[in-house]
Write a protein that binds this ligand. Structure first.
Ligand SMILES: [Fe+2]
Length: 389
């Protein structure tokens, strides 16, 4: 497998037609979705933060600290959680009557892009509160989720955090006359990496993100035997030209309801992730699935349930792409989620008996009865096959 020519660099000027040899079995067939818009309104630079409502800010903060966040702001109504990287907070939690995901915020290049976006969508640019600084355009995506696009927010300065371990790779010795003693402590979160969302209007929603925010698809997945009906999941990255960006900043998947699936936060390396996992177990939190290495994005991953049942991921060592790579195409399967690690759990797949799977069952019945979405009986059959393939 060829290494990416720009590995370790911030930019490069080589070009690839496809990345079939890099991370997927094959590229698009003639006439399939191109995975990018010809002329998007703007091209966002990154995901900025996620916003949630939660009934108990104290409980949320206790979990957040065990997970590896640092509190950057806390008052009676609001909690801001950050990683060690400079920038805006990664998570904003507001006090609310029940636990709910409000939506993502993406970072635009500058306020001019906000004005362009506001004009194209017939909305307005608003100032953000003083705790964040900068400006925002608030939009609704076709699934009904609030999507914020922000610019010029106040940067929190970088914090010193966990340094990656010095590793001896095979005969390549980086650590001599010294021991390896990774600290047993919470994994230090560096930054927000991505959010995964499920929607009944997958294709409409995908196209909206490509056309409005200039995101581009890294990988498409389709239901086995249903490729001709189009993709049912995509891993989507920012288009930053030659600047490297995460394999996915957003992932969208077709399903019977519109909901948050999980969000992922980068830690420095495998030792930090594994030791941080031991700490979460010691504190009584529940691992959903891990530790393993994904295929699409290649991250080393570990999934956890927060006290409200929301899925959150620690990750390390993810694929970084520039804008030159074309989308890969692969069938969707549970076994295709990881290169190594334990099999995907029922909890991770949302099939463990409990409130969540009951709610999903009700959603399935509702989605099948309604014509106003992309989820039908054939798609349900495809989805059910994913869990066992
Ligand atoms: Fe993830």
């Amino acid at each position: 497998m060829a290494a990416h020519p720009s590995a370790g660099l911030g930019t490069h000027d080589g070009h690839h037609g496809t990345h079939n040899d890099l991370h997927s079995e094959q590229g698009a067939l003639p006439g399939e979705h191109p995975g990018r818009a010809a002329n998007p309104v703007i091209k966002v630079h990154d995901i900025a933060w996620l916003e949630f409502f939660k009934p108990d800010l104290g409980r949320a903060e206790t979990f957040a600290q065990a997970f590896g966040f640092v509190t950057s702001h806390r008052d009676a109504r609001e909690l801001h959680l950050r990683g060690t990287q400079a920038g805006a907070p990664s998570v904003i939690i507001r006090k609310g009557s029940r636990s709910r995901f409000l939506g993502p915020a993406f970072r635009a290049a500058d306020t001019r892009d906000l004005l362009r976006l506001a004009q194209a969508t017939d909305t307005r640019v608003h100032p953000l509160p003083q705790t964040l600084g900068g400006s925002v355009v608030d939009l609704l995506d076709p699934s009904g989720l609030r999507v914020r696009v922000v610019a010029d927010t106040d940067d929190l300065p970088a914090l010193s955090g966990q340094e990656p371990q010095r590793l001896n790779f095979g005969g390549d010795l980086d650590r001599v006359n010294d021991t390896q003693r990774p600290p047993c402590e919470p994994a230090g979160v560096r930054r927000l990496g991505h959010v995964v969302l499920q929607t009944t209007s997958y294709l409409r929603t995908l196209n909206w993100y490509l056309e409005h925010l200039g995101l581009i698809v890294s990988d498409f997945l389709y239901y086995e035997g249903q490729r001709e009906r189009g993709p049912t999941m995509s891993f989507i990255r920012c288009d930053r030209g030659n600047t490297l960006t995460d394999h996915h900043t957003l992932a969208l998947t077709l399903g019977p309801s519109d909901r948050y699936v999980h969000s992922a936060y980068e830690v420095s390396d495998l030792d930090a992730l594994a030791a941080g996992g031991e700490h979460l177990l010691d504190e009584g939190y529940k691992r959903s699935w891990g530790i393993g290495r994904h295929i699409l994005g290649s991250q080393i991953f570990d999934y956890w349930r927060d006290p409200d049942g929301f899925l959150v991921e620690h990750f390390a060592d993810s694929d970084m792409f520039d804008s030159s790579l074309e989308p890969g195409w692969a069938p969707m399967s549970a076994s295709g989620l990881a290169q190594w690690g334990p099999p995907a759990t029922k909890d991770f797949l949302g099939m463990a008996p409990g409130r969540e799977s009951l709610a999903e069952l009700r959603s399935i019945l509702r989605a099948l009865r309604s014509d106003d979405n992309e989820f039908d009986l054939e798609r349900l059959r495809g989805l059910l096959k994913v869990a066992t393939s």
